[in-house]
Design a protein around this ligand. Structure first.
Ligand SMILES: NC(=O)c1ccc[n+]([C@@H]2O[C@H](COP(=O)([O-])OP(=O)(O)OC[C@H]3O[C@@H](n4cnc5c(N)ncnc54)[C@H](OP(=O)(O)O)[C@@H]3O)[C@@H](O)[C@H]2O)c1
Length: 325
């Protein structure tokens, strides 16, 4: 089998962690000979070489803020003939249109797209799935929801064809960390500053605090696990208000909840009061977690104490390995 040509778009926290993993001996021994890294892009430069780059060189050039020094610089992304697997780890655009247009070129030609970027899937799920189906390409998105906490790949492999009646999850770490800091007496602004200082809130934290990020993820989970065709523009959601009041014995959490009802699938992203008897209550401030209820078996609860760019890049890597094997 010939080597797959991989292109990486977005070399921020997640992209650079992925490059470090590609250099890792375990991964290299397992699938290193199955791909060639033909190029990469950040917001300013696109580099390309059909013979391939070493991931070390791309990582080093980006770390030295000189991606363009690594190889030939292109004016636009390489065409579908030049790439087999396109990996999007770029900043989410507000409306997902930039990403849709890029994915469309690759998917129409039967190439595969892996993304950690939620915006295109939350805004254009029906279009992207149709492009993948018609072009016979794949779109994989494990890391879009709950970062590196296994979700879509776990459900697909461990619960194949299983009908799920509900999903309830903490899918945005930053918002819940801010709410927990506020409950402990801080103001919203102090809590945001703490999250930035700790290094997990993005400098542009608007999407997290407004609830938009959690809403995007809710749409993706509903479409993927419940077969809906939702779009972000139809999804109501709540964000964190400055004067939020907290009650003794309860936490406030931004929770994504989706359930099958007699009238169809109800998807919400809301701030809920969570009391001590709720298993979400005892989660750590930086936790991610979800509970899914399959129709035929006992509910499944999955959680982790922390999730960051490294964990997210491992989610991207798991999609990549599944395409390479
Ligand atoms: N961080 C996480 O834990 C996490 C978890 C789940 C999902 N995600 C998603 O994964 C993606 C990457 O996250 P991150 O934390 O790595 O973000 P980040 O550190 O802000 O990096 C974003 C990268 O995208 C590049 N970029 C921005 N606009 C671009 C454009 N128009 N074309 C090409 N590249 C562009 C940036 O270029 P420059 O380097 O030139 O600025 C940067 O390299 C985001 O969509 C994020 O929402 C992140």
């Amino acid at each position: 089998m010939s080597e797959k040509k991989i292109f990486l778009m977005g070399l921020g926290s997640v992209g650079r962690n992925l490059l470090s993993l590609l250099v890792n001996e375990n991964f290299h021994n397992a699938v290193g000979k199955k791909f060639v890294l033909v190029g990469a892009a950040d917001s300013r430069n696109i580099i390309f070489d059909e013979k391939g780059f070493s991931p070390e060189l791309v990582l080093e050039s980006k770390t030295n803020k000189a991606l363009d020094s690594a190889g030939t610089v292109l004016k636009k992304l390489p065409g579908a003939d030049e790439v087999d697997i396109f990996v999007d780890m770029s900043t989410a655009s507000k409306d997902g249109k930039r990403e849709l247009s890029i994915y469309s070129d690759y998917l129409k030609s039967g190439k595969s797209v892996i993304t950690s970027n939620k915006s295109p899937l939350a805004n254009f799920w029906p279009e992207i799935m149709k492009l993948a189906e018609e072009g016979k390409g794949s779109i994989l998105y494990e890391s879009t929801v709950c970062g590196g906490l296994p979700l879509f790949n776990m459900v697909k492999s461990a619960l194949p064809e299983m009908e799920i009646s509900s999903f309830r999850g903490i899918v945005n770490l930053t918002a819940n960390y801010i709410l927990e800091n506020m409950r402990r007496g801080g103001t919203k602004e102090e809590a945001i500053n703490n999250a930035i200082k700790e290094g997990f809130a993005e400098t542009d934290y608007f999407d997290d605090v407004s609830g938009l990020d959690s809403a995007r993820k809710t749409v993706i989970v509903a479409n993927s696990l419940f077969g809906t065709q939702l779009r972000l523009k139809d999804q109501k959601f709540e964000g964190i208000e400055s004067g939020t009041e907290f009650h003794k014995g309860t936490r406030k959490m931004l929770i994504s909840s989706i359930k099958k009802t007699q009238d169809g699938v109800l998807a919400q992203s809301r701030i809920e009061d969570v009391n001590e008897s709720d298993k979400f209550y005892s989660l750590k401030a930086k936790a991610m977690a979800y509970e899914i209820k399959p129709i035929l078996r006992a509910p499944i609860f999955v959680s982790e104490d922390y999730d960051g760019p490294l964990e997210t890049s491992i989610g991207v890597l798991s999609d990549l390995i599944s395409l390479l094997n």
